[in-house]
Design a protein around this ligand. Structure first.
Ligand SMILES: Cc1ncc(COP(=O)(O)O)c(C=O)c1O
Length: 440
C-alpha cells in the first residue's frame, strides 16, 4: 500500500478519476467484479486443452453445448465481452429514434443504444428507489409502466425490450421469475422480441431460490433454464457469472435475426465460432458457466455482500438494502447532503475512499448516468447518487472486508468536511470512464 502523499499525487495525476489509477497504486480494488475474479484450477486446466482452430474448434462446441444446456437458445455467437454482444444486437435490430425499454440499462447498453440513435428507457419498479427496505426483488420491472409506455410510443417503435438480471445500475437487485414471466407476456402480446442482459444470471437464480416461494427445492440450473425460457435472446458478459477474465456472447432463437448477427460478428469480432476470443477462452467460459451456478459458491458470494452491508450499516453508512449480489452500494447523496448532484457526491466519496484507504470503487450516479436531454439539452440526473463496491469473485477474504469497513468508519467521522468536484473535460458517452475532474 503506497503512502498518503503518493496517493494524493496519484489522484492529481488521474484527474481525480479513479479509472486513471494504476493497479499498483490500489490496495483493495472494488472498481468492478467484471473480469477480476480468480479462475479455478479446472478453468486453468481447461485452457490447456483449448483448440485454436479458426473455424469449428472443439472449444467452441464445448461452449455451445454448455450454452445450450443452461440458456437453451437455438443460436449464439461468442463475443469478446458483453458490450460487443450489445453492439452487434443494436446494429442488427435498432433504427434511429426507436426506444428500448428495460428495468434499468447498464451504462454500456445505454451507450450502445444511444450510439445507434436509439433511446434507452428505464422502467424499474418504484421500490428500487427505496434504499432501505427488505423488499426481495427490487430489480423487477414496473409492469404497468411498461404496458403504458408501449401504448404511448407504439410497439412499432420498440424493436426490442430488455431486462437486466441482476439490476447492476440499481443496486445489484434481483428480478423474480414471476416478474420475468409477466414481462415476457407483455412483450409477446405486442410482438416485441425480449432480450435478457444475463451477466449475473446465476446470482439472480440463487436469489430466486432463496427468496421466491416455490423455488426453494429447485436447483439454480433449473431456475436459470426457466428464466431464459421466457426470452427470445440474451446478451452476456462472461466476465461476471462465468468467472473469466474476458469473454461474452449473444444468443437468440430467431434464425433470420441470427443470419444478420453472424455477418455483424464476422465484421466486428471474428468468425462465428470464436467471436474475438481464443479457443482456450471459450473453454474457460464453458467451465465457469457451470461453476458460477454452484450453490455453495453462491452462498459464499452473496454472504460476502450481506456481511459488508451489515458492517457498514452498523457504523452509520447509508447503503442499499437488501445487499445486492455482486456489490454493495453506498448512498453517497444521503451520506454527503452538503454536495449537490451537479457537484457529484458519489465522485467525492469514491475519491475519499482512495485517499483514506487506497480502496478503489466506482461512482454510479450523476457522473455515470447524468445525460443531456436529447430534446432540450438540459442535464438530467439519476434519482440516486451511488458508489458501488463491487466484489471480485473468489478473490477477497473477510479481513479485507473488515478493512473496508474500518476505512469507511473514518470517512463517516469526517463526512461534513468533504466537498464536491467539477468536470474539466469529458466525452458525451460513457463519461465516467475518462472524465477529468477538479475539486471545488
Ligand atoms: C449489467 C451489465 N450489462 C452489460 C455489461 C457490459 O459487459 P462488458 O463489461 O463485458 O462489456 C456490464 C458490465 O459491467 C453489466 O454489468
Amino acid at each position: 500500500m503506497i503512502d498518503e502523499a503518493a496517493r494524493e499525487k496519484a489522484l492529481k495525476r488521474a484527474g481525480y478519476n479513479i479509472f486513471g489509477l494504476n493497479s499498483d497504486e490500489v490496495y483493495i480494488d472494488l472498481l468492478t467484479d467484471s473480469g477480476t475474479g480468480a479462475m479455478s484450477q479446472d478453468q486453468w486446466s481447461g485452457m490447456m486443452v483449448g483448440d485454436e482452430s479458426y473455424a469449428g474448434a472443439r472449444s467452441f462446441h464445448r461452449l455451445s453445448d454448455t450454452v445450450q444446456d443452461i440458456f437453451g437458445f437455438k443460436h449464439f455467437v461468442p463475443t469478446h465481452q458483453g458490450r460487443a454482444a450489445e453492439n452487434i444486437l443494436c446494429a442488427v435490430i435498432l433504427k434511429e429514434g426507436q426506444y428500448v425499454p428495460s428495468n434499468m440499462h447498464f451504462d454500456t447498453t445505454e451507450g450502445n443504444i444511444r450510439a445507434r440513435g436509439g433511446r434507452p428507457v428505464n422502467l424499474v419498479c418504484k421500490e428500487a428507489y427505496q434504499t432501505s427496505s427488505d423488499i426481495p426483488f427490487k430489480g423487477n420491472m414496473d409492469l404497468e409502466k411498461l404496458e403504458n409506455f408501449i401504448q404511448e410510443v407504439g410497439p412499432e417503435n420498440i424493436p426490442l425490450g430488455m431486462i437486466t438480471i441482476t439490476n447492476n445500475a440499481g443496486g445489484g437487485q434481483p428480478v423474480s421469475l414471476e416478474n420475468l414471466r409477466a414481462v415476457s407476456k407483455i412483450y409477446k402480446s405486442y410482438k416485441i422480441p425480449f432480450f435478457i442482459d444475463a451477466c449475473r444470471y446465476a446470482e439472480n437464480a440463487y436469489f430466486i431460490k432463496t427468496r421466491e416461494p416455490g423455488y426453494e427445492n429447485k436447483s439454480t440450473l433449473e431456475i436459470a433454464r426457466e428464466i431464459f425460457a421466457q426470452a427470445d435472446g440474451a446478451t452476456m458478459s462472461a466476465k461476471k457469472d462465468a468467472i473469466v477474465n474476458i469473454g461474452g456472447f449473444l444468443a437468440v432463437n430467431d434464425p433470420v435475426l441470427f443470419e444478420k448477427i453472424k455477418n455483424e460478428c464476422i465484421l466486428r469480432e471474428g468468425f462465428i465460432t470464436y467471436g474475438g476470443l481464443a479457443g482456450r477462452d471459450l473453454d474457460a467460459i464453458a467451465i465457469g458457466l457451470r461453476e458460477g451456478l454452484q450453490e455453495p459458491y453462491l452462498a459464499y458470494r452473496l454472504g460476502q455482500t450481506s456481511y459488508l452491508v451489515s458492517g457498514l450499516k452498523e457504523i452509520g453508512i447509508p447503503v442499499i438494502e437488501p445487499a445486492g449480489g455482486h456489490a454493495v452500494y453506498i448512498n453517497a447523496g444521503e451520506l454527503l447532503p452538503q454536495i449537490p448532484q451537479e457537484e457529484f457526491p458519489g465522485q467525492a466519496l469514491s475519491v475519499e475512499m482512495y485517499r483514506e484507504g487506497a480502496i478503489r470503487t466506482v461512482e454510479l450516479g450523476s457522473v455515470a448516468f447524468g445525460f443531456p436531454d436529447p430534446d432540450t439539452g438540459e442535464m438530467i440526473y439519476p434519482t440516486l447518487d451511488l458508489v458501488r463496491l463491487a466484489l471480485p469473485r473468489r478473490t477477497y477474504t473477510q479481513s479485507h472486508l473488515d478493512y473496508v469497513i474500518q476505512v469507511l468508519g473514518k470517512i463517516y467521522e469526517n463526512r461534513e468536511n468533504l466537498s464536491g468536484y467539477r468536470i474539466v473535460k469529458a466525452p458525451v458517452l460513457l463519461r465516467h470512464f475518462s472524465a477529468i475532474f477538479e475539486p471545488i
